[in-house]
Design a protein around this ligand. Structure first.
Ligand code: 5RP
Length: 220
């Protein structure tokens, strides 16, 4: 099984969490795209979706799946999304696709967050994947200085603007031993919209696709 087949296997397992009449929160990225394509097969059984990015909204609509505004949908029973890294507490790094802010909003507004990934995403300590931080453009240089003070090496994601009109700094070389504390510290910096650490609201279930099939982890 290659990595993409592992992602697809995880997405297939997540379909079991979708119940009739649900409005489903849908994430962003190649693993979430597999989930969207599978959701299309059962679209008549759900009431609609809320998307965490314009790209996912477009893919959902392309399948004839209704996409709703989160304000109209209210609290969601289920959110399914990928991740760039997860530790065994199901604290995540997200935002490799740049959709971290809307992803964090939809995750916060959902009762259950099912994370889907291939097994390479499971790590002991978060931070080998450069940590995405969405920043208001005028604050970029200030936030770079503050992130360096925290021990990181921020790099501007060239040629990329988020769905919210902001820039992304990818922070290298951070050893995130206390994800909840690091999430709080970076979120407190003026000009930071969202940091891609999902620890205050971790995933509830992690479905990992691997060479031997899928396995499910819950926070230890
Ligand atoms: C997008 C994300 C994605 O979930 C993350 O980048 C994983 O992507 P993929 O499923 O393509 O490996 O956070 O902002």
């Amino acid at each position: 099984m290659n990595q993409d087949q592992m992602k697809k296997a995880a997405a297939e397992a997540a379909i079991a969490y979708v119940e009739p009449g649900m409005v489903v929160g849908v994430g962003t990225g190649s693993t979430a795209n597999h989930f969207i394509d599978l959701l299309a097969e059962i679209r008549d059984r759900i009431d609609g979706t809320v998307a965490s990015s314009e790209a996912s909204a477009q893919r959902l609509r392309g399948h004839g799946i209704q996409v709703m505004d989160l304000n109209a949908a209210g609290q969601l029973p289920l959110y399914v999304d990928g991740a760039d890294e997860s530790n065994r507490e199901l604290h995540l790094i997200k935002g490799g696709g740049g959709a971290l802010t809307r992803e964090k909003i939809v995750a916060a507004a959902s009762d259950r967050f099912v994370c889907i990934a291939d097994e390479s995403k499971l790590v002991d300590v978060l931070g080998a994947f450069p940590l995405p931080v969405e920043v208001i453009p005028m604050a970029r240089a200030y936030v770079v200085r503050e992130l360096v003070r925290l021990g990181g090496q921020p790099v501007l994601r060239e040629g990329f603007i988020t769905d919210n009109g902001n820039v992304i700094l990818d922070v290298h070389n951070l050893q995130i031993s206390d994800p909840t504390d690091m999430e709080r510290r970076i979120n407190q910096l003026a000009g930071v919209v969202t940091v891609g650490i999902f620890a205050q609201r971790p995933a509830d279930v992690l479905i990992l696709g691997g060479a031997d099939g899928v396995r499910k982890l819950e926070p230890r």
